[in-house]
Design a protein. Structure first.
Length: 357
């Protein structure tokens, strides 16, 4: 994959180059000789020499300022590259969600507490001739006994403290995010982290290359998932490490001679090596078991289903398969090769030909 290249030349550098060329042209003009007048009798002004000196001075200052700005631009650009290299591939830490928090704040109510102290003194036995506090006298002034009693009850019921609930809003969980993102290319956000336009262009180049790499990786993963291979010849078809379908031959019984022991005696028979439970498929007898017609038809249907699935998995643009049961007497996996003169179908398997009944 070719690298994406963005030129670091920016408007800032172009403007600086223009100012440098103007200063160099002014300096060249300052050191050029004063042109003599072509008209007879016209003298050279004494201020022309002074103008040349001033012009040379201004040109030198402009070149000096351009050199300073050039060094500052290079320094800022290196600083931007350092920022990009330090943060490339890094992400902000993920934070867990914080639920809403309710805090109860209790503060004493001094005014109510003072009134309750007054009420407490009034309700306790005291010398009736004792002097009354001016504050108490002001509270109960002009009240009869019942009114004072009711006032004392109200004061006693006042809250002794203030209760306030402070609610801190819930904070949602934050997933990890890359430190270098397209957000750094726009607005004040960019100016806070990247000083020069050349640095922004370097960031854009990094983000574009990163995106291209991610797209290529996703494409490779998709191709690997869709890739079709077989684990062994005549075995199962595999795509992306997953078995898509089994070989059609595996649905057919494969009988092999075997024997079991019952009460110390050996009994000969046959086992189906394609069965999920091979020992459980044991059949007694010296003759290889033959499938019944329903079993034979079931095997054909399974074989047909696996062949259709194979077409789908391989994305083969074949015509739609049609199920055609084999005639009686024709073994499974036989292929139709033609017809007899009287119109009967002819099948072939392992070099042998069979005619349907």
């Amino acid at each position: 994959m070719a690298d994406i290249n963005l030129s670091p030349l920016t408007a800032e550098q172009a403007a600086l180059n223009r100012r440098r060329k103007m200063a160099e042209a002014m300096q060249q003009q300052a050191i050029s000789p004063i042109e003599m007048p072509n008209v007879a009798g016209v003298k050279i002004s004494p201020y022309q020499g002074l103008a040349k000196l001033l012009q040379g001075y201004l040109a030198g200052k402009s070149l000096e300022r351009a050199d300073t700005e050039q060094k500052q631009q290079e320094s800022d650009y290196l600083s931007d590259l350092g920022f990009l290299m330090r943060n490339a591939g890094k992400t902000t830490p993920a934070t867990a969600a914080i639920p809403e928090q309710v805090e109860t704040i209790r503060t004493p109510n001094v005014a109510n507490q003072n009134l309750q102290e007054v009420a407490l003194r009034q309700t306790t036995m005291r010398d009736p001739n004792a002097a009354i506090n001016p504050f108490e006298k002001q509270i109960f002034q002009g009240m009869d006994f019942d009114q004072v009693s009711e006032k004392l009850k109200n004061i006693a019921a006042l809250p002794a403290e203030n209760i306030e609930e402070r609610i801190t809003p819930a904070v949602p969980a934050m997933a990890a995010s890359p430190l270098l993102s397209p957000d750094l290319l726009s607005g004040n956000n960019a100016n806070n982290y990247i000083k020069r336009s050349a640095g922004k262009m370097a960031l854009a180049q990094y983000l574009m290359q990163q995106q291209a790499q991610q797209q290529a990786a996703a494409q490779r993963a998709q191709e690997a998932e869709q890739a079709v291979s077989t684990v062994a010849p005549g075995a199962a078809l595999v795509r992306g490490g997953k078995v898509i379908f089994t070989n059609p031959k595996e649905v057919l019984p494969k009988w092999e001679k075997s024997s079991i022991f019952e009460k110390g005696q050996e009994i000969t028979g046959w086992v189906n090596t394609n069965a999920p439970d091979i020992p459980g498929s044991f059949v007694r007898g010296a003759t290889k078991p033959e499938m019944t017609e329903p079993q034979r038809l079931e095997a054909q249907l399974k074989q047909f289903a696996t062949e259709v699935e194979a077409d789908k998995a391989l994305d083969v643009g074949r015509p739609v398969r049609k199920f055609q049961p084999l005639p009686k007497g024709v073994p499974l996996n036989s292929k139709l090769i033609g017809k007899t003169p009287d119109g009967k179908d002819v099948y072939e398997l392992n070099g042998k030909k069979y005619v349907g009944e």
